[in-house]
Design a protein around this ligand. Structure first.
Ligand code: SF4
Length: 344
């Protein structure tokens, strides 16, 4: 499927691009996408799980909002039901990681780069924003302070964040762009289903109203045939925007800073209908697990990056008991048989 270009000034250069077609989420995940799952900001990261509630709503069982689903948590459930349980229901803390910190840092710089006037959004300006953004990040998340054993480690990490910004400037010229919104929290309530929620990195709207959804990835692009998990996330955003704003985005664009690739996809309405069916099916699976207490682990190559390996029965661990009321609070249904022990 060939994605149409948006007219200037919304569109930048198009080097290193690929368009992708249809496909369900892969049950099997290649090592190529590990980099993305581990190296991308927030949503997919140990130690940096994306908020399932609006940023202004305090977390905690007593004050959670309606049961909701983000693309990352949907991917978690498909990847491993136990992982989903421990993140969403038990809400076990996860240790911070250097990859998570780097992803968050680079996203913060790319967000605030557009605070500068067009013409000033240079590579040097972006790199110059890194130290301040890092200070802010460390203040907001003090755990990041202990990520590095020595200055040399920090230097290498910091240089890798700079490299990602360098790559960004090979993909597009931010001086030619004027995003309409950045870090956009979007949500829509699915009738008889969960609230769908997510945070979009950037929304570009052309003069003719054509909308482009942009997501930065600090990992590498997926191998051919393994794009569907990333595409699921972008379809998710397209679907929410379509429902809430009545406009289907013209283009979904993933910018992979790990290897300088852009993946583009042009969604259509029949695809959105199929997507809704898919999301409902995933949510039905989550509700089934919530009722039955069957959150069995699904080991894969990604287990090496899982924060919960020590308590995972697939690796000889014992998961904690589910906190009382946590299933209802997170999923909105009550367990019918108690929470079964998670076995491999
Ligand atoms: S270690 Fe693997 S199987 Fe166990 S919870 Fe994590 S992802 Fe699931």
């Amino acid at each position: 499927m060939t994605a149409p270009e948006l007219p200037d000034p919304t569109v930048g250069s198009t080097s290193g691009t690929a368009s992708v077609g249809d496909g369900a989420i892969d049950a099997a995940v290649s090592l190529d996408v590990v980099e993305d799952l581990v190296g991308d900001v927030g949503a997919d990261l140990p130690g940096a799980v994306a908020p399932e509630v609006p940023p202004d709503v305090p977390t905690g069982t007593a004050r959670r909002s309606a049961p909701g689903l983000s693309p990352s948590r949907a991917n978690d459930f498909l990847r491993c039901p136990l992982l989903f349980r421990l993140r969403v229901i038990d809400r076990l803390p996860e240790p911070p990681s250097a990859a998570a910190a780097r992803g968050t840092l680079v996203h913060a710089v790319l967000e605030h780069l557009f605070d500068l006037p067009a013409g000033d959004r240079t590579r040097d300006a972006a790199v110059g924003m890194l130290p301040g953004a890092w200070l802010t990040l460390r203040t907001e998340q003090p755990a990041y302070t202990d990520l590095f054993d020595d200055e040399q480690q920090w230097d290498v990490w910091f240089a890798s964040a700079r490299d990602l910004l360098d790559t960004y400037f090979t993909l597009e010229d931010p001086n030619r762009l004027q995003p309409q919104e950045r870090e956009v929290f979007v949500r829509t309530q699915l009738e008889d289903g969960p609230q769908l929620r997510g945070i979009i990195d950037r929304l570009d709207v052309a003069p003719d109203g054509a909308m482009r959804v942009v997501d930065y990835k600090t990992g590498r692009s997926p191998r051919a045939g393994y794009e569907s998990a990333a595409l699921f996330q972008m379809r998710f955003y397209a679907y929410v925007l379509w429902r809430e704003r009545g406009v289907l985005p013209t283009l979904l664009q993933l910018e992979y800073l790990g290897d300088g690739q852009i993946v583009r996809h042009a969604p259509n309405e029949p695809e959105m209908t199929t997507f809704e069916t898919r999301v409902r099916s995933i949510w039905a699976g989550i509700e089934d697990s919530a009722r039955s207490g069957d959150w069995r682990p699904r080991p894969s190559k990604l287990c090496d990056w899982c924060s919960f390996k020590a308590v995972c029965p697939a690796f000889g661990g014992v998961p904690p008991t589910v906190p009382e009321g946590a299933v209802e609070a997170a999923i909105g249904v009550a367990p019918t048989v108690g929470v079964a022990p998670a076995t491999a």
